[in-house]
Design a protein around this ligand. Structure first.
Ligand SMILES: *[C@@H]1O[C@H](CO)[C@@H](O)[C@H](O)[C@H]1NC(C)=O
Ligand SMILES: *[C@@H]1O[C@H](CO)[C@@H](O)[C@H](O)[C@H]1NC(C)=O
Length: 841
């Protein structure tokens, strides 16, 4: 809406190029890719991957062993050629690999103790340990009699990886062996830094550094997926043998194409073959009351923590938002009333995954994962799981390093800090969450439409889960049916989408000015039907704006989805974007007071988004081009296409693709791809700077240190000289104290870590304070001039009434009396309690 994206598009595209690439990248090409067929005299190619012979190793691989011994199996006793030869390592020895690119790597060790055709080595009685310089991989390992592959996922930061093989000192024949080795880069994004803990609930951070050992990798409801069908050459095995009761479930295979959402799972997360099949609860309409769980059970090490990754893809539902189920790890909820559609913005057959960390496992050494029906009565009992990975969080034990010259260099112990860290993180987070915990209202939450009827009467309707099923309300004077407009009406209002009526162009499509039959002015956003992103944004925007109403949010008047159109009709904002009032157009200059008013209005809108409904809504694209001004210069936040419903109450963030506009993007969100309300606070901090300095947030034409407004302005703020860079039109008109407060607020908003940033409520309060400081020093004539601006005087008076002794005020009491007018749908009790809080001081 407005000139939302048009003028920034060029810069945005230029700078955001690399975000998009990283998402849509074709096949991942590993920087390090060592494949060795140990003991073989020739190279072996399997599924297009060539394993080098031990005798033709590149110089980047060094082997130390007192004696070279190659062995051949007596017969081709194993299906894979990799298991027909082995290298015997009599005594301590090592393989060293040059690491070209640090980061996550798969280290795979293949073992099969075949009986050798000749020689005096008995592989079956070998027992040995394997470690890197930093991580113990296998301790006193005795290979079983069938081929085994041990896979580790290690974040390698060194330039050389040394894999040391040390025969156990007792009870073994003093040898180690290995049949094949793989050291292969994987995308760092494969393992995010943070996961939820299940019992107690909380969040665990630090995963990206942690060594992991693959314990199980399962393809639910489908066949074995071998390395040739996986971009990272992983093997996924079927789930049947892990099901406690096979009768309770059925396998489902999908024939269509699995979709991948930007920022969500990719084919590197798990292949189509995994997402395209699932195990589903064996319920049917005739067993609508069925109450049972489907459970998979795995043997695990009871003293280890595990990372459990669940892969989902709703290939069973006919319509979005129909499937609702519970997911358990052990007997604890991993996800309650999981609605995959809300995670994939209403798109079915879309890959999605969730990570959980288990604490100490059951002493029985069993780890179970279950899916079961939701207790919500409005859903059919059902549930699915498409894939599952269980990874041991490898942490403690001793490492021995055999240096490339054959010396045993060092024997160290890596202390298992993991459990301690889990416990500490869990306790902290659980306390916070426990205090915040509320019951989730109901599934239908996202389906409630609170329409604003064009003829002024407000009615409430509940519509089906899909927009196109929307029920029809009253016929208004514009020939519209409540909030749903016919295409003809929109066509008429926009003079048949007259190009001369275009008021903005954005990623979604064009925005037209429109006039309805009753002379109501509207803004009509017409989406490009070919854009999948557009469809998602269209849905998100309808979903959010139909639920959220606030004086400082742009109102949605209706929509039209006839003839595959995606059209949104909003209230018309006469004065356009905040941005256009700051620079690059001919609007008259805004005074400091007007700018503060605008910021306060926008902050109120965002504060409402974050706190006004059960689940916080994160705007995700806060920028001056998305703050619109009405004829009285009242600010309203617009463009919710990228918005996300915030974390579930039992989570602290939403994992998501980095989206947003360059220059406004929260660096923490960018680093960790985890979205919280504090990302909006960061972006809003950048907007505050834009308001103060009246220049673009990224201006490549400036000197290098000035290009990025946030960086540049923070330098001045740190030196206490922010006044040096304010918009020259404001010079001399800002009270020193007001600017100081404003600068401090910006600085807090731009803190590196979200936790250090204030809430939107605090920002709002601080801005009101800055306005007071400005007012306090103003002379009477200026006050009179404010009163002469229609529409502003009431607000100003209200704010004067609320903020009396700002320095004493605690957090959160941000709701002034003017706010009661702002809210038409917010819980009134919340408002009242806050009013009481501020009065009770
Ligand atoms: C694996 O890929 C082959 C072709 O490369 C295909 O025929 C087969 O169906 C795939 N298997 C699975 C489980 O998708
Ligand atoms: C499913 O398993 C969970 C956890 O063990 C349990 O609390 C729940 O009652 C089970 N649900 C059904 C329907 O058996």
């Amino acid at each position: 809406m407005g000139v939302t994206k048009y003028d920034e598009l060029g810069i945005f595209l230029f700078f955001s190029f690399f975000f998009l690439i990283s998402w849509d990248a074709a096949a991942f090409t590993p920087a390090d890719n060592y494949l060795i067929d140990c003991g073989s005299s020739s190279n072996t190619t399997i599924n297009g991957r060539t394993f080098l012979s031990d005798s033709s190793l590149p110089s980047s691989v060094t082997v130390t062993t007192p004696k070279l011994v190659f062995l051949n199996a007596s017969s081709s006793s194993s299906s894979s050629p990799l298991y027909r030869t082995a290298r015997v390592l009599p005594g301590s020895s090592s393989y060293s690999f040059e690491i070209r690119t640090p980061g996550r790597h798969f280290v795979r060790l293949h073992f099969f103790p075949f009986s050798a055709a000749s020689g005096s080595y008995n592989l079956t009685s070998a027992a040995f340990s394997v470690s890197t310089q930093d991580v113990p991989l296998l301790d006193n390992y005795q290979p079983s009699t069938s081929p085994a592959m041990k896979e580790f996922s290690l974040n390698i930061t060194r330039t050389t990886l040394v894999l040391s093989f040390v025969p156990s000192s007792s009870g073994s024949n003093g040898i180690a062996f290995v049949n094949a080795l793989e050291v292969v880069s994987v995308p760092d994004s494969l393992i995010a830094d943070e996961a939820q803990t299940v019992s107690p609930k909380g969040s665990y951070t630090g995963l990206s550094e942690l060594p992991l050992e693959t314990a199980y990798r399962i393809n639910m409801g489908g066949p074995m997926v071998d390395p040739s069908n996986d971009t990272l050459s992983r093997t996924w095995i079927p789930d049947q043998s892990f099901l406690l009761d096979q009768k309770l479930s059925r396998s489902v295979a999908y024939t269509g194409a699995v979709k991948y959402m930007q920022g969500g799972a990719t084919r590197d997360t798990a292949p189509d073959a995994v997402y395209g099949t699932c195990t589903e609860l064996a319920t049917s309409s005739s067993t609508a009351n069925a109450q049972f769980n489907v459970t998979w059970q795995f043997d695990v090490d009871p003293s280890s923590s595990y990372l459990v990754r669940m892969h989902f893809c709703d290939i069973v539902s006919k319509a979005a938002y129909d499937l609702l189920f519970n997911v358990y790890v052990g007997t604890s909820f991993a996800a309650q009333d999981l609605d995959l559609s809300t995670r994939t913005i209403g798109s079915l057959a879309t890959a999605y995954y969730m990570d959980f960390v288990t604490g100490a496992t059951d002493p029985s050494g069993k780890l179970s994962v279950s899916i079961g029906p939701s207790a919500q009565t409005n859903s059919m009992p059902d549930g699915i799981l498409n894939g599952l990975e269980i990874m041991r969080m490898n942490s403690s034990g001793s490492v021995s390093v055999v240096t490339p010259d054959g010396q045993k260099a060092k024997l160290g112990v890596v202390v298992g800090a993991v459990l301690g860290a889990v416990a500490a993180a869990v306790i902290a987070v659980v306390l916070v969450l426990w205090m915040r915990r509320k019951k989730r209202t109901s599934k239908s939450h996202s389906k409630i439409w609170l329409p604003f009827s064009i003829n002024g009467t407000t009615t409430t309707h509940s519509v089906g889960s899909r927009v196109s099923n929307g029920t029809v309300a009253t016929t208004g004077p514009n020939g519209s049916f409540g909030y749903q407009f016919s295409f003809a009406v929109v066509q008429e209002a926009t003079n048949n989408f007259d190009e001369n009526w275009v008021i903005g162009v954005g990623g979604f499509g064009k925005v037209y000015k429109g006039v309805m039959r009753d002379d109501t002015q509207v803004a009509v956003k017409r989406g490009n039907p070919k854009s999948q992103q557009g469809i998602n944004e269209f849905r998100t925007e309808i979903d959010l704006l139909s639920r959220l109403r606030h004086r400082h949010l742009v109102s949605l008047i209706g929509y039209c989805d006839e003839r595959n159109e995606m059209i949104l009709v909003y209230e018309y904002m006469e004065k356009g974007t905040l941005k256009s009032h700051l620079y690059g157009s001919n609007f008259p200059n805004l005074t400091w007071k007007q700018r503060l008013e605008v910021c306060i209005g926008a902050a109120r809108g965002l504060h409402y988004l974050h706190t006004g409904s059960t689940k916080a809504v994160i705007h995700r694209d806060v920028k001056s081009a998305n703050i619109l001004l009405d004829e009285n210069l009242m600010a309203k936040v617009a463009d919710f296409g990228l918005s996300k419903t915030g974390p579930e109450l039992d989570q602290t963030h939403v994992s998501t693709a980095v989206k947003g506009s360059f220059g406004y993007l929260d660096p923490e969100y960018f680093r960790r791809q985890q979205l919280t309300e504090k990302s909006d606070v960061y972006s809003f901090g950048v907007v505050l700077l834009e308001v103060l300095c009246a220049r673009p947030v990224i201006d490549p034409t400036l000197a290098r240190e000035m290009v990025n407004l946030a960086e540049w302005a923070m330098k001045w703020q740190m030196r206490g000289e922010l006044d040096q860079i304010v918009d020259s039109r404001l010079r001399g008109n800002i009270q020193t104290e007001s600017l100081r407060k404003y600068g401090e607020t910006v600085e807090k908003c731009l803190a590196d870590y979200g936790v250090d940033r204030p809430s939107m409520g605090d920002v709002l309060w601080n801005l009101e304070y800055a306005l007071q400081l400005q007012q306090a020093e103003s002379d009477a004539s200026e006050v009179n001039s404010i009163n002469s601006i229609p529409g502003l005087s009431l607000q100003v008076q209200n704010m004067v009434a609320v903020v009396e002794s700002p320095a004493d005020r605690g957090q959160g009491s941000v709701v002034g009396s003017s706010d009661t007018d702002d809210l038409s749908e917010v819980s009134m009790s919340r408002v009242f309690s806050q009013l009481i809080k501020s009065e009770g001081r």
